[in-house]
Design a protein around this ligand. Structure first.
Ligand code: C5P
Length: 287
């Protein structure tokens, strides 16, 4: 098997609403998702005579076995397609911040599904790959499709949306990480008083109105962050807005914050200002 090299793009939540806890312990969500050019590079090859699946990464703390979503996706696809997973070697060159609310692990998993589907000529349509991905993680189905999309249910019910017109995005990851299950638990114990205007967001996307989109960006998890974390997120949003962002919001369960810009000079200045305190700050574009 010739090595396959592919990209795994980061995702952002333009909106994130939690509608309620389900009987299976998950939550019903309503999210408008957007992919950006910032990406990991995923390389897959087969070691002749090798045993099992192994993942290597430039970040040595990432799991190397099936606890890594990329390996889990490969195993799930091999089971589905009656393929041998022995000897598969996955290399992840990470650019997407880890545990950051940007779907990095899910996107690596989705990239593995897409790449093996193509290399092995399995012929699964994207929708089937997304279903397979749902067994690996709630964000994987969206990452298989990418672009601008509405994600509902656990995150697996997807509706493609009109693409957000091309704009610049500054992404900033604070120094702390947030546990996704813990934040979901925290939101269960609180009353959500403010929700995103998802209908308004969908209409703004239909009109191709970037300012309308930026003004409606909202993530209910921002309101339930512990005080210290909440103030860091608010401070980063302020810096993004002071530098001319059309809107700013936290992505997923955080803590990454992003701002949308229609002007590269403003975006670059924001990026430069934030990098002084946060080295994981990036300037990218919507895709
Ligand atoms: O599906 P995934 O493994 O990515 O989810 C990680 C955790 O996030 C789950 O264990 C659950 O605590 C929480 N979650 C949730 N509702 C969702 C998605 C994730 O409660 N729709």
């Amino acid at each position: 098997m010739t090595p396959i090299v592919t990209e795994a793009r980061a995702k952002l939540n333009l909106t994130l609403d939690v509608l309620g806890r389900r009987e299976d312990g998950y939550h019903d969500l309503c999210m408008v998702m957007q992919s950006v050019a910032l990406c990991d590079t995923v390389t897959i090859e087969r070691e002749e005579g090798g045993k099992g699946i192994k993942v290597r990464s430039d970040l040595d703390f990432l799991p190397s076995g099936r606890n890594n979503l990329a390996a889990a996706a490969a195993i799930r696809l091999c089971d589905e397609a009656w393929r041998d997973s022995d000897g598969l070697r996955i290399r992840l060159d990470k650019a997407i911040p880890v545990c950051a609310g940007m779907g990095g692990g899910s996107s690596d998993a989705a990239a593995v599904l897409r790449a093996l589907n193509e290399a092995w000529k399995l012929g699964y349509p994207r929708e089937r790959l997304a279903e397979i991905g749902a067994d690996v993680g709630s964000d994987v189905p969206y990452c298989v499709l990418g672009g601008t999309a509405l994600a509902e249910g656990r995150g697996e019910r997807l509706t493609p949306l009109p693409a957000l017109p091309w704009c610049f995005v500054v992404i900033c990851k604070p120094h702390f990480s947030i546990s996704t299950p813990e934040l979901f638990e925290r939101i269960d114990g609180m009353k959500i008083s403010c929700h995103p205007d998802t209908k308004g967001m969908l209409k703004a996307l239909e009109r191709g109105d970037v300012l309308g989109v930026a003004r409606r960006m909202y993530n209910v998890f921002e309101d339930v962050l512990p005080r210290n974390q909440g103030s860091t997120v608010a401070e980063i949003k302020d810096i993004l807005l002071q530098h001319g962002a059309l809107g700013a919001c936290m992505s997923g369960t955080g803590p990454t914050v992003f701002g949308l810009y229609d002007d590269i000079v403003k975006a670059w200045r924001a990026c430069h200002a934030l990098r002084k305190s946060y080295e994981q700050t990036f300037l990218t574009v919507t895709v």
